[in-house]
Design a protein around this ligand. Structure first.
Ligand code: UDP
Ligand code: MG
Length: 311
């Protein structure tokens, strides 16, 4: 098998048919053997039924049916585990990533790159999403040594050895593009088209987005913790200086009453910084906790369309 295309699906009933038609025609023109693996991530609409129909239609269509919603990245991992292609492509189901662009990614793989990320020059999302992404892209760039143009674009191609390395990772809360980058020898980016979501709504609310991006940062760097230690040093030095000044005033100038509100303000500031710090440590401990529990990442209800030679 040359290419496996992996598509996570969560309540995308209106998008699946046009997606499937466009995917098939785009892939068939490439002249490569290919399969598509849909992971149904606990959809509550008719997505599961539609995907089963696709499996009957063609013998290169496979379905992994989860028994609940385990998240986009987990759904992709399940696809990785069953993929038999030499190159593995990931793609969103909402037609934001045009399947016609897959050829471009494969061409880069043929040139010798082992991870190819798509980047969206013109991005069809809300302004709020775009600004947040810009900020996280910036933070990731400064705090980790992961260099990629557009971490949020899920239209990506990986060589088999990269996917295998990702599968050996025992972490929970994975951020696949960043993880792939850390394992690849020759990563590159290529510009791809981006469309507005064809139908339905984004499956990411603000909370899920924040969680995902926390995973990105805490999963790949200890810089936030180190910044805290550094801040702790600076503020204790500052407080010490303040104590000296106040003592001096108390004993030599005798005035004390005024300035008490400034002190309160500083106290509140430092307390809130400390609370953020506790939360931050919690993030890292939470990651450890999840790995130590080592619960199954997902539960499969049914598998359709995999034949015997599929791994
Ligand atoms: N998705 C999923 N499980 C989830 C959330 C999303 O499988 O819990 C899928 C979704 O069906 C889509 C892809 O992941 O194929 C990207 O989701 P979405 O388009 O909602 O994200 P956005 O484009 O807004 O970042
Ligand atoms: Mg989308």
């Amino acid at each position: 098998m040359d290419v496996s295309v992996i598509i996570p699906v969560y309540n995308e009933e209106e998008n699946l048919k046009p997606l499937f038609a466009r995917l098939c025609s785009a892939m068939d023109t490439l002249g490569k053997s290919w399969e598509v693996i849909f992971t149904n991530d606990g959809s509550t609409d008719s997505s599961g039924t539609i995907l089963k129909e696709f499996c009957k239609e063609r013998d290169n269509v496979r379905l992994i049916d989860f028994n609940g919603n385990f998240g986009q990245h987990t759904a992709i991992i399940a696809g990785f585990e069953k993929a038999s292609g030499d190159v593995i492509i990931t793609l969103d189901a909402d037609l934001q990533n045009p399947p016609e662009e897959i050829g471009k990614l494969l061409q880069k793989i043929d040139e010798g790159y082992d991870t190819v990320g798509g980047y969206r020059k013109v991005r069809e999302d809300t302004a709020m999403r775009r600004y947040c992404s810009k900020f996280v892209n910036f933070a990731r760039d400064k705090m980790t040594n992961i260099r990629m143009k557009d971490q949020g674009c899920m239209l990506r191609a990986y060589k088999r050895n990269i996917v295998q390395a990702i599968l050996q990772t025992n972490e929970r809360s994975l951020f696949i593009p960043a993880l792939a980058y850390t394992y690849s020898e020759h990563p590159t980016d290529v510009e791809v088209e981006h469309s507005a979501r064809a139908a339905g709504e984004s499956k990411y609310n603000m909370y899920k987005l924040i969680r995902l991006n926390f995973d990105l940062i805490t999963g790949f760097t200890l810089v936030p913790l180190q910044m805290f230690t550094l801040f702790g040093f600076l503020s204790s030095f500052g407080s010490f200086t303040l104590v000296v000044i106040l003592l001096f005033r108390r004993f030599f100038l005798g005035s004390e009453a005024e300035g008490v509100f400034t002190l309160f303000a500083m106290l509140f500031f430092l307390i809130s910084v400390a609370i953020v710090g506790i939360g931050l440590i919690g993030e890292y401990i939470g990651r450890i906790y999840k790995v130590v529990q080592s619960r199954p990442k997902y539960v499969i209800k049914e598998i359709v369309g995999f034949n015997d030679n599929a791994k």
